[in-house]
Design a protein around this ligand. Structure first.
Ligand SMILES: Nc1ncnc2c1ncn2[C@@H]1O[C@H](COP(=O)(O)OP(=O)(O)OP(=O)(O)O)[C@@H](O)[C@H]1O
Length: 616
């Protein structure tokens, strides 16, 4: 329960709604309990008519002051007028009760929706603060569950659970008060089964909860499973694995169905069992009341008996709700505990208290940097020392897995080095705010990710305030403008699930345009031309040459761009720099770079299949 204390800030924020809601709950219940009192009076009046000898002062046995005012006024009227007026009163009471119930929902349930909204935003905002290490150790399903499932369970507490609880307390308080005033012994007898009912319902609810939990977990598996098949549909089709995937899905589905049917069975027993208990309680009330009347007719009236039957029926649902309220609260506490744990997580990479924003000129220094990925223990860089002066262009070349991307990740401060420091203009990047650092560095990642949005929207992501001319200019520099212009809707063409599917090369170039439009001081391009043909590659390099004139650039690549006059070329192998120099000096040195260049030229000079066919 202590975990739910985290919600106090929200209750305080919405205190007026909550308070108003509580008043409405009490009012609505007050009008509910007046109905049995009025009914009791009418029944007694009828009994008086049938047995005129009775001397009981019926109107005095009605304890409520408001009901007494009404009854005192009409008591002398003839019976049919009394019945008519009481009928109208009951109708008005029902309307008032409904009206306040409406207000009660409009305040408490609406408050819970506001809290849900705030909480979702809080969780989402926190997600965005957490770093990549967190995302690697949590599945998407788990993250989605927190923002949907956990938050909505907490809402069940802030809304329905609180509403039912206050409703129950108000109703029990009022009705038991009137029942006790009327007949203490009968009250105790008739209320005796209610705690038993509440406890039984609590256990049934626990059972339902356990089953629902299992179903939820299965559903989550099923969703992840389906999601993976949708995203991997090309792989599934090319490996002709549709049948295997279907069988796999069917198995998970089957287990889900079995469990869902089990739950449906328990739920099907639940309501009939409740009606049974209500029936038994009504019967008990009539039986015990009847015996009391037979033993001592002065101790009991038929009106009281009717009133008790009505009260018992009224109390059943709220009492049975105790069980649900208890399990809703338990679930909410478990969910809030998970949310609290998650909200307490601090990103490993965050601003130091003394970090300040800094305008970057573009001098980069990887000062004897070593880095190991902590969760896998893979040492990606060892004593990596590279100084890139402002405006220089540097190529980082190396085999796959040699640590090239890690260099980019460290510059963007996705991770902090274990040893050494990454410095920008002589300042350790840990002393610069993350926002300021990342805002001034453009990164074109190796694995392109575009949003399900228009081409324009995706490019604008790099600079949301850019004009359409700037978008076009960036696309031209990335040599993708021509192809975009060829789409029926041009820059308004939707990409992804709801739109056209771009080719790998087109995606890469849109991703480059997104980085270029940011117009940064420093740009890092991580193997981002791997999916474009040689001619387009040359064209892009030509464009980049001009664009990068006054910028510092790191270009990570598998291919050697001989056209590009790099100030330095660094060859990485297994996290170590094994060669460094200019294109010419490295060719002269005759090492890995020269060897790679020779192989690349040989490949490039080999006639293509098309040329061979033409010659034939
Ligand atoms: N997030 C990560 N968590 C754990 N290990 C990682 C992570 N990213 C990379 N590695 C490991 O670190 C080493 C260097 O990887 P890195 O991605 O920097 O290489 P790369 O030279 O960019 O390779 P490629 O050219 O294939 O992209 C590899 O052994 C890789 O398996």
């Amino acid at each position: 329960m202590k975990h739910l204390a985290a919600l106090n800030k929200y209750f305080w924020k919405y205190r007026f709604r909550l308070l108003a809601g509580l008043v409405f709950v009490v009012l609505s219940n007050y009008f509910s309990v007046l109905a049995p009192l009025i009914t009791k009076y009418v029944v007694n009046k009828l009994m008086l008519l049938l047995s005129p000898g009775t001397t009981h002062a019926f109107h005095e046995s009605v304890q409520d002051p408001l009901a007494r005012v009404l009854i005192n006024r009409i008591d002398r009227w003839n019976f049919s007028n009394v019945v008519a007026l009481c009928g109208v009163t009951l109708l008005v009471l029902a309307l008032l009760r409904g009206l306040f119930m409406f207000f009660m929902r409009q305040t408490i349930i609406v408050m819970s929706r506001h809290i849900e909204f705030d909480q979702k935003n809080e969780v989402y905002q926190h997600y965005q603060r957490l770093d990549t290490t967190f995302y690697r150790s949590h599945s998407t399903g788990d993250l989605m569950n927190r923002i949907t499932e956990d938050v909505s369970r907490v809402r069940m507490f802030t809304g329905p659970a609180i509403m039912y609880l206050v409703n129950l307390l108000a109703l029990i308080g009022l009705s038991v008060y009137y029942m006790l005033k009327d007949n203490v012994a009968l009250t105790l007898y008739t209320l005796a089964p209610l705690p038993l009912l509440a406890v039984t319902i609590y256990f049934v609810n626990q059972l339902i909860h356990k089953k629902s939990e299992r179903i939820q977990a299965l559903l989550s598996d099923l969703t992840t499973n389906a999601q993976q098949s949708y995203s991997g549909i090309r792989v599934i089709k090319s490996f002709v694995q549709e049948k295997a995937m279907l069988a796999f899905f069917r198995n998970s589905s089957e287990e889900y169905k079995t469990n869902a049917l089990g739950l449906a069975k328990v739920e099907a027993i639940y309501f009939p069992a409740m009606s049974f208990v209500v029936g038994i309680s009504t019967l008990l009330t009539i039986l015990i009341g009847g015996f009391m009347y037979i033993r001592d007719p002065q101790s009991m009236t038929f009106g009281t008996l009717t009133e008790f039957v009505l009260f018992i029926n009224m109390l059943m649902f709220p009492v049975s709700a105790i069980g649900s309220v208890a399990s809703m609260t338990q679930r909410a506490a478990a969910s809030q505990k998970r949310l609290n744990e998650f909200l307490r997580l601090q990103p490993e990479i965050r601003d130091k208290p003394k970090a300040t924003p800094k305008v970057i000129a573009g001098d980069l220094h990887f000062d004897h940097v070593s880095f190991t990925y902590s969760h896998t223990g893979i040492k990606a860089l060892t004593d990596f020392d590279l100084h890139i002066r402002k405006g220089q262009k540097v190529a980082i070349i190396g085999r796959t897995g040699s640590g090239k991307t890690t260099v980019a990740q460290l510059l963007l401060r996705m991770f902090d080095p274990d040893q050494g420091a990454v410095k920008v203009d002589g300042t350790d990047i840990r002393d610069i705010t993350l926002k300021s650092l990342r805002e001034q560095i453009s990164y074109v990642p190796q694995d392109v990710f575009l949003f399900s949005d228009t081409v324009r929207g995706n490019i604008l992501f790099g600079n949301p305030v850019a004009t359409m001319d700037q978008v076009r200019q960036a696309a031209k520099q990335a040599v993708v403008d021509g192809e975009i212009a060829g789409f029926a809707e041009g820059y308004d063409t939707m990409i992804g699930e709801r739109g056209v599917t771009l080719s790998g090369g087109q995606k890469q170039r849109v991703s480059i345009a997104r980085a270029l439009i940011k117009d940064p001081r420093v740009i890092v391009m991580d193997d981002c031309l791997s999916a474009v043909d040689a001619r387009t590659e040359r064209e892009i390099i030509g464009q980049l040459y001009e664009y990068l004139q006054d910028k510092t650039a790191i270009i990570i690549t598998h291919r050697i761009f001989s056209l590009f006059q790099f100030d330095q070329v660094v060859v990485l192998d297994d996290g170590h720099i094994i060669e460094r120099g200019t294109h010419d000096s490295l060719l002269e040195a005759g090492g890995y770079y020269a060897d790679l260049y020779a192989r690349q030229r040989e490949r490039d000079e080999r006639p293509s299949e098309e040329e061979v066919t033409q010659e034939k």
